[in-house]
Structure formats: C-alpha cells, structure tokens
Design a protein around this ligand. Structure first.
Ligand SMILES: [Cu+2]
Length: 617
C-alpha cells in the first residue's frame, strides 16, 4: 500500500511491512517479553481498573475479563517461531517478524500496538530562527489559528501549526510590536474579543518591576498594548475569565487574577471596559493567598471559582509553600454580577497535596454535570495518581485515587482536554521512557489508556496545547531536574487514536463546510450569542454524535485554568445540516464566558472534525 498524505501534506506510512518505529518497538517488546505462551494472549496494557464508586452506581460488571490478543493456537505459533528464530534474544528486528509471520496475525498485532490504539507522537522539527534556538515557556492558540510563544525577553514568536513539514517561526522584536516588558513567568487568558491578556511575570524571579503590569496582544494587528497596573506584583499568577458580565450596555467582562509571589498575593479582577484592576475583598474566616503560585482555578457554571490543590510551588523538586492554602475550596461572589467581594467554602474531605500537578474542569450534559480532575504533583513530585471531585452534589468531596498504571510519579505534568472529553496526560517525567496516557473520567473500567511515548523529555517549562487539527502540540522543557529555561528546543505533535482506522490508515473525518451558511476562515469568524440557534453545514450531518465548543488554550508551567469542552444540544435538520443551540447561562455566562471558541463535530465513531473558530458574544 502506498503512503497516505493527510491534509497537511504529512506522509503517513501505511505499509504493514514497516509501521512507525514506536509501534515496532511495542510489538517486539510484547513478543520477546512473553515467558509462557499464555502471555501472548493477553494485552499488556489492559490493567483492570475499576472505579468502585461508579461500579456501584449501575449495572457495571465488577468482574473484568482481560482482553485477548491472539487465540491460543496463534500464540503457540508465534511463541515457537520466536524460539526457533533466536532462543536468547527473540526477534530483534521487525523485518524478521514480517518474513515468517502470517499476514493475518501481523494485522491483529498492528491493530493492537499501532496508532489506532496508542496514537502517535511525531517529532516535527527543532525550534530555531535565524540560527538561534528558541527557548519557549508560554504557548497560546490565537483565533487566527497561529500559536503564540513567549520566551524570556520582549520577542513575540508566531508559529503556523498547519505547516507540519517546513518549520516557520516569526520572531518579532518588541520594537515592532510595542512590547517593552519581559513577559516570562506571567499568567494569561483570552479576552472576549480574542485578545490575549498577559499579567505579571517579568522573568528573573519575583519582584521584577514589570511584574505589576498587564499587557494585551491583538492577534490581528499583532500589536501589544499596556493596560493599567495591577494592585500588586505577581510572579507566576493564574488568570481566569469570569462569566458575570453586566450587559446589555457594553461588555463588562472581567478576569480574575490570583496568586503569584513578589507582592501581597490574594486576588483581584481586571475589567475589559475600564482596562484596570481592582482588588477582591474576601469575607469570612477562610483566606487564601495562593503564594504557591499558578493556583489551579476553574470557573464553575454557577459563577463560583473552584480551587483545586494544584499549582507550581517553588522551582526545586520540593513543594515548599505548596500546601499552605489549605484544602481545595470554592469562592462565591457576594452578588451574581460584577461583585468585588465574596467568601470561600472549603471541601471538607481529606486532601492530597498536588503542587506541580495539573487540574482539569469537566463539563457534561448528564450527571455528573461538573467535575474537576487533578493529576500528579505532590511533595517532591511523588504522586502517580489522579483524583476527581464531583461538584454536582450539595457537599462535594474528592473521590478515590486512581493510579497511572505505569506507577511513575508525574511532576510538572501537562493535561490537555481533548474534543471527546478525555484528558491527555503528557510530560512530567525526567528519565526515559516517556510514555503518555489518556485518562477517560467516564470509563468504569480501564480508565487509563497508554499512549505513544514522547520523543523528548518534557517536564518543567514544557507546554502542551490542543491544535485546531484535533492534534496536540508539545514544546519546550527544562534540563533534567533543574529550573532552567527550556533546553528542549523542539516541537512534537500527538495524533490521538481517534484520528486512525484499526489498520493504521487515517480515519475519515467529518467536515464543517460552514456555520450559519458562512465559511469560517482565519480572518472571518461566524458570530452568535448565548442561547442562539445556529446551523452547521456538514456532508456528514447524519453521522454526527456530538457538537462541542472548546476554549482555546493559553498555557505555561503546565497551568491552563481555562480549558473547557462544552457539549451543545443539536438535531439533524437536513441531509447536510445540523441545528445547534449555543450554550446559555441566563444573565451570567459562566458556562461559556464570551470569547472565541473552537467548534468541533464528532461522529458516531468518536472521530472529530477539524476545529473552526467561532465567536460567542
Ligand atoms: Cu518557570
């Protein structure tokens, strides 16, 4: 079979004589490590993981049969062939295997160990411009489809991820863009008009003069402008869009800024309409200063802000200051709209310190409607577990832990929410191998699925981000064990399993032709309001199972508090048309704050379309 070229011009080798190198390695390892014939009949990655809580909710079987790979006769054949080939080492070369094995057995093995099961990380290219290595620590997906990178200094770096063949990085000097501050170690969030708000940072450690500043980047004019100053210096702050704009006269959208060292910590809000910051007054006995930096904060659909016990802590492997803010909690504003005060309510259950872990908000249209999953972290990065809190109950508490089946702790781990509402857990390992995992919070059994390995170590300062293609980019990463700037000056891209057919060929994806009859492009954005009904024209309309909006990521130090996948009700209104209801939130739009979102269709096999930017306003 010939190579298959995807829409980006990247060639994917389909020849079963030579699947990609990682697939060959996985397959040979499986065959060579079998001690007895029976080992070849059970998948190595099907560790039976049962969520006891879920198992008791319904008629989910408690007993799990391990999945079979080969039947006993085929396993015998393969086992004997291995002994005949080389008693001591087995098959050391994939070609030897191809030469002696039935095509039928080979096809089964490729399905079980290839991209359909593991996805695939492609090493794209080194990040260089003008002969200089780019050392990136921040990444944000702009509504133009380009990725903006920030490194130490005043340069702005732009990358077009649709070009997976020829590296093209535009490094634009501050003199051209108007940027005079070093934005390294800042926090960021997309505003309602698609501009990126960047707050604090300054590089070089806490206390830099510019760490009190705020800046806005306009992806269209490619210019930076300074906002009013914050009320305190913030090195490593978290920024989070609130959903309580006061309309109908103008968009008084606000951004919560929290944490960061070098100042007084605590929280303040930025208002889009005044372009300035005011402090938040915390009432009641519980105060949280977030001096552990980059606190894991999430906007809940009711307008509250949830604090997950994730964050950055200090630069060494310990987590000094990592847990001084007490248990996770939610902050309730005194009024539904525009309030600058409120109080914290703590979660009463036992708590795990997850400094340098990552947390992800999960929304869905059926119970449990709102959850947060926290992954990895802990003192000295000792934690190899994930834990979920169901926030749809009156007294929420953290559920039991579930361990990443490889048992390895993750420190500075990235977690990327995919269009199918599963979480890609990548990076956070300082020694090889570098396996990645997908965690499915809705799976009753085998919630963890092992994915392909990263090509390079990706831990401190590494950034992972969902691309409009439905793939995930990962770039950057410090030297092992250290707090250096990124020395991993390269980009790799993950194609999740949903992009492949069982034989490793590329799955046919649904296509978004237009939205409300308008074709979305990198410069034209279809707009609709909360609660509006809009149409999506797609030749695959009759096979669509899900329509979702995803907030574009802006990530640094593994932290992105903004990630959310919002499922929308829809019906098939024609052979090639869907009618969709935009998210609604009454007066406060906490389910989906105003802004630009990626619109994805997913078909009944879970294959997503490419994402198209639309403007929810
Ligand atoms: Cu850093």
């Amino acid at each position: 079979m010939a190579d298959q070229e995807d829409s980006k011009g990247v060639k994917h080798c389909l020849d079963r004589q030579s699947p990609d190198l990682h697939t060959q390695q996985r397959l040979l390892k499986f065959i060579n490590e079998a001690r007895v014939v029976n080992d070849l009949t059970v998948l190595p990655h099907d560790v039976p993981v049962v969520d006891e809580e879920l198992a008791h909710l319904g008629d989910i079987p408690h007993h799990i049969d391990p999945k079979r790979t080969l039947d006993l006769a085929d396993a015998c054949k393969l086992f004997e062939a291995r002994i005949d080939h080389n008693l001591l080492h087995g098959f050391t070369n994939f070609k030897d295997l191809v030469a002696i094995l039935d095509r039928r057995i080979l096809d089964i093995l490729i399905r079980l160990f290839g991209s359909y099961r593991y996805g695939r990380w492609d090493y794209l290219y080194p990040m260089t411009a003008g002969g200089m290595a780019l050392s990136i620590e921040h990444a944000a997906l702009l509504r133009t489809g380009k990725v903006l990178f920030i490194e130490s200094g005043t340069d702005t770096i732009l990358w077009d991820p649709t070009d997976e063949v020829t590296p093209q990085f535009s490094v634009i000097d501050g003199a051209t863009t108007g940027l005079t501050a070093n934005l390294f170690c800042s926090g960021h969030v997309f505003l309602s008009n698609g501009e990126l708000l960047v707050v604090g940072g300054g590089g070089g450690g806490p206390g830099a003069a510019s760490s009190i500043q705020g800046w806005r980047y306009d992806p269209i004019s490619q210019q930076w402008t300074q906002t009013g100053d914050m009320t305190t210096k913030r090195w490593y702050p978290t920024a989070l869009m609130l959903g309580d704009e006061q309309g109908p006269t103008g968009f008084s959208n606000r951004v919560l800024v929290a944490g960061g060292t070098g100042g007084t910590g605590g929280m303040e809000v930025y208002s889009e309409s005044t372009n300035s910051f005011v402090p938040i007054t915390v009432n009641g006995p519980i105060t949280k200063h977030f001096n552990q930096t980059y606190p894991g904060l999430h906007l809940l659909p009711g307008g509250e802000v949830f604090y997950a016990p994730t964050g950055f802590a200090n630069c060494s492997t310990g987590s000094v200051g990592g847990y001084t803010d007490g248990p996770s909690a939610w902050f309730t504003f005194d009024a539904q709209q525009g309030s600058n005060s409120g109080h914290w309510t703590e979660v009463s259950s036992a708590q795990i310190d997850r400094a340098k872990g990552m947390s992800v908000l999960l929304l869905q249209s059926t119970y449990p409607f709102v959850r947060v999953t926290a992954i990895g972290g802990g003192p000295a990065g000792t934690n190899s577990t994930a834990q979920t809190i169901n926030l749809s109950t009156l007294s929420p508490s953290w559920g039991p832990t579930t361990t990443i089946p490889d048992g390895r702790p993750r420190i500075n781990v990235n977690a990327v929410l995919l269009p199918n509402s599963t979480i890609l857990v990548c990076g956070g390992l300082q020694s090889s191998p570098y396996p990645t995992w997908i965690y499915d919070p809705n799976a009753a059994v085998s919630a963890w699925r092992e994915m392909d390995e990263n090509h390079r170590p990706r831990h401190y300062h590494a950034c992972a981000l969902l691309l409009p293609s439905g793939k995930v980019m990962m770039a950057g990463g410090a030297s092992s064990g250290g707090c250096s700037l990124s020395v991993e000056n390269s980009i790799e891209v993950f194609s999740p399993p949903y992009l492949f057919n069982p034989d490793g060929t590329l799955a046919t994806r649904p296509i978004i032709d237009s939205v409300n009859g308008e074709v979305p492009t990198s410069s034209h954005f279809v707009q609709f309001h909360h609660g509006d009904t809009f149409t999506v024209e797609s030749p695959q309309a009759t096979s669509i199972a899900k329509v979702v909006l995803i907030r574009p990521m802006a990530v640094t130090h593994q932290t992105d508090s903004e990630q959310r996948v919002i499922q929308m009700p829809f019906y098939t209104s024609g052979a090639a048309q869907l009618t969709v209801s935009a998210p609604d939130g009454g007066p406060a739009h906490a389910m989906a704050p105003r802004g630009y979102y990626l619109l994805f269709l997913l078909n009944t096999s879970g294959v997503p379309s490419e994402g198209k930017f639309v403007h929810l306003h």
